[in-house]
Design a protein around this ligand. Structure first.
Ligand SMILES: C[S@@+](CC[C@H](N)C(=O)[O-])C[C@H]1O[C@@H](n2cnc3c(N)ncnc32)[C@H](O)[C@@H]1O
Length: 195
């Protein structure tokens, strides 16, 4: 599905970074950042332009090819890893930051990924997430039609018990990020740090 979605010249979620990431990037320690389900590269390129060393993981090769093109166009380099997050192992204490922007994993896989996030962050490393909450199903402005791939603030706190939350909030906001994220939406945002 994702390869098909990305098989156009247009960037499905635009080429500008996610707004929540843009507003909060200063909390991310400089160094190595892992971007989960990066897609076509908008967030990875934004981070690389700020001097982060960025690794982008996604299961869509078409998306990652566009991510590399976007990076070239901006004169930065990013590492792209073509992998399903089911199998991807970010290692232990490797990352100064991990970013998860609209990463649509089913609950069981997401829980496993969040365990790997806790293990993969260095001490003082920061995790930053934005995703839809199940309330989004009533908005019809993006995120598909399965509550399975959406998440609540409560679930985020439960799945990341080793992190301290600096910010954890469900809210309505206008998300205008490409053709597929197009209006008032029900989202959850999190910023958490590893002790
Ligand atoms: C809604 S898009 C968001 C892309 C990007 N994070 C952004 O905000 O522009 C969701 C992305 O998740 C990726 N994805 C979905 N399931 C995945 C999985 N199991 N492993 C790796 N990537 C996955 C898709 O390929 C797609 O690029």
């Amino acid at each position: 599905m994702w390869d098909q979605r990305y098989a156009t010249k247009e960037y499905a979620y635009g080429t500008e970074a996610n707004e929540f990431l843009q507003e909060n990037v200063a909390v991310m320690p400089k160094g190595k950042v892992l971007s989960l389900a990066e897609g076509e590269g908008r967030n990875a390129v934004f981070l690389a332009k700020l001097g982060y060393s960025v690794t982008a993981v996604d299961s869509s090769q078409v998306g990652l090819d566009k991510a590399q093109k976007l990076a070239q166009a901006h004169g930065v380099s990013i590492e792209c890893i073509h992998a399903d997050l089911t199998d991807y192992d970010p290692g232990l204490c490797q990352w100064d930051g991990i970013v998860s922007i609209y990463c649509p994993l089913p609950a069981l896989l997401r829980q496993k990924m969040h365990s790997k996030v806790m293990a993969g962050l260095k001490p003082h490393g920061v995790f930053l997430l934005e995703n839809y909450t199940p309330e989004q199903l009533g908005y019809g402005t993006g995120g598909g039609n399965s509550a399975e791939t959406m998440i609540t603030a409560q679930a985020i706190r439960r799945e990341l018990p080793e992190l301290s939350f600096l910010h954890l909030k469900e809210l309505q906001r206008s998300v205008v990020e490409g053709r597929y994220h197009t209006g008032l939406a029900a989202v959850v945002q999190a910023i958490a740090v590893k002790a």
